[in-house]
Design a protein around this ligand. Structure first.
Ligand code: FES
Length: 325
């Protein structure tokens, strides 16, 4: 076998080189006669719609809280901006209200734009889940195929025919995934806490539902326990995102995949590790469907909060039933 051929076996065809196996060589050409475009196309549409939606909602910077539900795109809420309708649960934020100096500075920065662009709290959040999902092993396959067309499908000639370097050069950044995983695990706990808060309706001193800081100028006087459709939506968001996160290849490695064996006869402590690793393996085998379900559901959870915020839909819950509304 010549050096060129063994190189090709390792890295795929170089520019101008004829690939092994007799495949046709022009971009996107193939001898397949099935509808191979279907998979990459659906991925492109699904993933593309999600990216557009997330950016739109993040840049809105408002309508992310409908008591007691906080949109996952804005959690943890770093600060509240009382300038905006339904975007001001000050008591829910880590740093209280955004300082006026920061608001003025931002307006000075973006004031020349033809549209109002608020300093959205989502800007401080979305980088973390985006770096996790964007570098996920499943999504790499999905967007390499659907967005870059390299490869576009099995036995289909890629759009670009340069030497493939794997994830050693530009794509080295994909190795960020093992670190982004720790942030993603932290987010599961944060979203679980948000679900807990979604069971407590803020009320004013008279026991009536609390009205946002922007209108009332006050924080809630107390909380009433209950349950609504929104609580269920937020709980399922934690379940699906947890299933996706704890089936991550990096998590599975950390939890037990790095071990040569689980039991050494000297310690019974490996039993729990093995059980968690088995659970992670079960989720890992379902990583692709969980990636899609969790992607859809986190978007739906935000949409639900947005719709309740604007009164487009009614959130059926025990609080309104108790008050006869
Ligand atoms: S491999 Fe998909 S989330 Fe880690």
């Amino acid at each position: 076998m010549s050096t060129a051929t063994s190189e090709q076996t390792k890295f795929g065809p170089r520019k101008g080189e004829r690939p092994l196996g007799g495949h046709v060589t022009e971009a996107l050409q193939t001898q397949r006669n099935d509808f191979w475009q279907k998979g990459p196309l659906l991925t492109l549409l699904g993933f593309g719609a999600f990216v557009v939606y997330v950016h739109f909602r993040a840049f809105m910077g408002t309508e992310y809280y409908a008591a007691p539900y906080l949109s996952p795109f804005y959690s943890p809420l770093v600060y509240a901006n009382p300038d905006f309708f339904a975007g001001s649960p000050t008591f829910h934020s880590l740093m209280g209200n955004l300082p006026q100096g920061a608001i003025d500075f931002w307006k000075g920065m973006v004031g020349w734009l033809p549209i109002a662009l608020p300093l959205s709290p989502a800007f401080f959040i979305l980088l973390f889940p985006a770096s996790f999902r964007g570098t996920c092993y499943y999504y790499r396959k999905a967007y390499y195929r659907s967005l870059v067309g390299s490869p576009a499908g099995c036995s289909v000639c890629p759009l670009s025919s340069g030497t493939y370097h794997g994830e050693t050069k530009l794509l080295l950044i994909q190795n960020l995934h093992r670190y982004a995983m720790y942030g993603a695990v932290a987010f599961i706990f944060i979203l679980t806490y948000d679900f807990w808060l979604a069971l407590w309706m803020p009320v004013d001193a008279s026991g009536a539902p609390w009205v946002s800081n922007a209108v009332s100028g006050t924080d809630p006087a107390g909380y009433q326990f209950g349950f609504g459709v929104g609580s269920l939506v937020m709980m399922l968001n934690v379940v699906f995102l947890g299933g996706y996160t704890f089936g991550c290849h990096s998590w599975r490695h950390v939890i037990g995949g790095r071990l040569n064996r689980f039991a050494n006869g000297n310690s019974g402590s490996t039993g729990l590790t093995y059980a968690i690793w088995k659970g992670s393996t079960w989720l890992n085998e379902r990583h692709m469907p969980l990636a899609w379900i969790s992607l859809f559901w986190v978007m739906f959870t935000d949409l639900y909060v947005w719709a309740v915020c604007n009164g487009w839909i009614t959130d059926y819950n025990t609080w309104s039933m108790a008050s006869g509304q």
